[in-house]
Design a protein around this ligand. Structure first.
Ligand code: PEP
Ligand code: MG
Length: 584
């Protein structure tokens, strides 16, 4: 049995047989044409492009129905590429100057772009290599008169590939595939986004998978943890069959509690909100028992679009959120681009240390016009229903004041244009760097709300890159330094009656949630999937118990000690509420 590791981008556990897709780019043989055939060949290329545009429009429509507006925009992205002169003009030039077939020119030129993207040091460009390949496949298939979407039945199979394209991922899901595993790709690639939108368990960045796995091999895909087991022994199979069964029962019981109140056993309400990247995820949040959105990561609008989203595009997305929430809480975070999120795109000189560079609110200040465009869209949407504006990565009071002032400037602009905003939305901030946590008293006098972002707070407090596998063991949310900062922030918020929530990944961990509740946090915002388990945990404890857990945890010396302590206590209080996979 071999065990491989990758990045889990869409959760689930699956046992199935492998089918290995040859995901290499299709290389067409060079075919030279007589000079008098070149005009016809160019016309053939134009016709194929028109047909590809039509098929992309159709794919976009179907994908909207299956995955919602935002994820489906991947196809609009492809449409944009197909209309990009920089990409397409060299194909025509090659057909004309070298007198070659259109198929050959497409595979050559697109192949060059794909290699250029793949070799880029910028992770945002790297992930676009799949998109170029996807588009090349579509054009070549059209030129060859092949029909798209003709893969056979994949029911229950695990599709393994070097790097599946977004279209292949959709086709695989339609054909019944149970999971996908790829050796390349990152968490923000279009393929990862599509898998997540389709609820198809997926592991990407699983290096060595295409060398290790052959079609027909038995696999266990643990996309909760990002582990792939190849050719497992009987004992492991039985163990995982049990985990799958447990997971199913667990999810059934979680479904049952979706409609119940998120209240501790002594009657204190805890807000359970979802972190979303796309407006359509709100339906999932509400269906599984969440009551609002604590973090809308608006930078994902940029990921599915080739150019900067316009004010109208942004307004449509924000208005859709307000509409879907129907009066429920909505916190829209302004752009948090940079560092782990689509770093360095189009920067001539890449930053040496982007996590400490011009990211998040700093980038917004750097690009005031775009920042104002986003704020205009948010403020206009605020007329339709309640929403809050949140700034990321605030490190000093001047930054907060400056950002808030820009909101007021934009409100004045709107008023002058005859679109006044009669009620200023609450303006708050992420607490995700130690300086903000340490100065939370000062911030609490001015900010309307706080949201503690443990993902970055842990990284910046402990000096551990949150995306670096080599130091992953040092990334410890239960580190005493982190807990002390959280305690300080909550105390400042309470002093000034400023609402405080937590929206880092840790807020979605039921055991860590007890600690947060014990420290005084009353709203947790997490990935939608984690809401039911959080609700079950919340309902199984009372506030006093949580406070005792927090008090004791803060007396312990180290992160592992604290983690073990809260785990033991949680399981003692309510064993059934604290683990869907009790044999972990
Ligand atoms: C955080 O840093 O905790 C957070 C919620 O924001 P993001 O993960 O988007 O950086
Ligand atoms: Mg953050």
């Amino acid at each position: 049995m071999a065990t491989l590791h990758g990045i889990a981008v869409s959760k689930g556990v699956v046992i199935g047989r492998a089918i290995v897709f040859d995901a290499g780019s299709r290389r067409m043989p060079r075919r030279t044409l007589p000079a008098d055939r070149i005009d016809d060949e160019l016309a053939r290329f134009e016709a194929a492009s028109v047909e590809a545009v039509d098929s992309l429009k159709r794919a976009h429509e179907t994908a909207r129905e299956e995955m919602g507006d935002e994820a489906a925009r991947v196809f609009l992205f492809h449409l944009g590429m197909l209309q990009d002169k920089e990409l397409v003009a060299p194909v025509r030039k090659m057909i004309r100057n070298q007198q070659v077939s259109a198929e050959y020119a497409v595979s050559e030129i697109f192949g060059q772009w794909e290699r250029r993207f793949a070799a880029s040091s910028d992770s945002m460009f790297q992930t676009k290599a799949d998109d170029v390949r996807d588009l090349a496949d579509r054009l070549v298939s059209t030129l060859l008169g092949e029909t798209q979407g003709t893969i056979g039945d994949l029911t229950g199979m695990v599709v393994v590939g070097r790097d599946l394209t977004p279209s292949q991922t959709i086709e695989a899901a339609r054909a019944g595939a149970a999971a996908i595993v790829t050796s390349l790709g990152g968490p923000t690639s279009h393929t990862a986004i599509v898998a997540k939108a389709l609820h198809l368990p997926a592991i990407v960045g699983c290096s060595g998978v295409t060398r290790t796995v052959q079609s027909g091999d038995q696999l266990i895909v643990d996309a909760d943890k990002g582990t792939l087991l190849v050719d497992p022994d009987e004992e492991t199979l039985a163990e995982y069959a049990h985990i799958i069964e447990q997971r199913e029962t667990y999810h059934l019981t979680l479904d049952e509690i979706a409609g119940l109140e998120a209240q501790t056993s002594d009657g204190v309400s805890i807000g359970l909100h979802g972190n979303i990247e796309f407006p359509d995820e709100i339906s999932d949040v509400l269906r599984i028992g969440g009551s609002g959105v604590g973090l809308y990561r608006t930078e994902f609008l940029y990921l599915t679009s080739r150019t900067e989203p316009t004010e109208e595009e942004q307004y449509t997305a924000y208005a859709r959120c307000v509409e879907l929430l129907d009066g429920g809480p909505l916190t829209i975070r302004t752009l948090d681009l940079g560092a782990d999120k689509y770093t360095q795109s189009r920067e001539e000189i890449p930053e040496r240390n982007p996590f400490l560079g011009c990211r998040s609110i700093r980038l917004s200040f750097h690009r005031i016009a775009s920042f104002k465009t986003q704020l205009r869209a948010i403020l206009r949407a605020s007329r339709l229903g309640p929403l809050r504006i949140m700034f990321p990565l605030i490190t000093s009071i001047e930054e907060f004041r400056r950002a808030r002032l820009i909101v007021h400037d934009v409100m004045e602009d709107l008023a002058e244009e005859g679109q006044p905003i009669t009620q200023t939305p609450p303006i708050g901030m992420m607490i995700e760097v130690p300086s903000a946590a340490l100065l939370s008293e000062q911030f609490a006098r001015e900010a309307d709300f706080f949201s503690i972002g443990t993902n970055d707070l842990v990284q910046y407090t402990l000096a551990v890159d949150r995306t670096n596998e080599r130091v992953a063991h040092l990334y410890q949310p239960t580190h005493p330094a982190v807990l002390q900062l959280i305690r300080q922030v909550v105390a400042a918020a309470q002093n000034h009656k400023v609402p405080v929530s937590c929206c880092g990944e840790s807020a979605g961990d039921p055991e860590f949630a007890l600690l947060l509740i014990g420290l005084g946090v009353r709203t947790l915002s997490a990935t939608p999937d984690s809401i039911p388990a959080l609700k079950r945990a919340v309902r199984s404890v009372d506030i006093r118990t949580c406070e005792r857990i927090a008090d004791k945890a803060l007396t312990l010396d180290s992160a592992p000690e604290i983690a073990t302590f809260i785990r033991d206590r949680a399981r003692k209080i309510a064993p059934e509420a604290f683990d869907g996979r009790s044999d972990e």
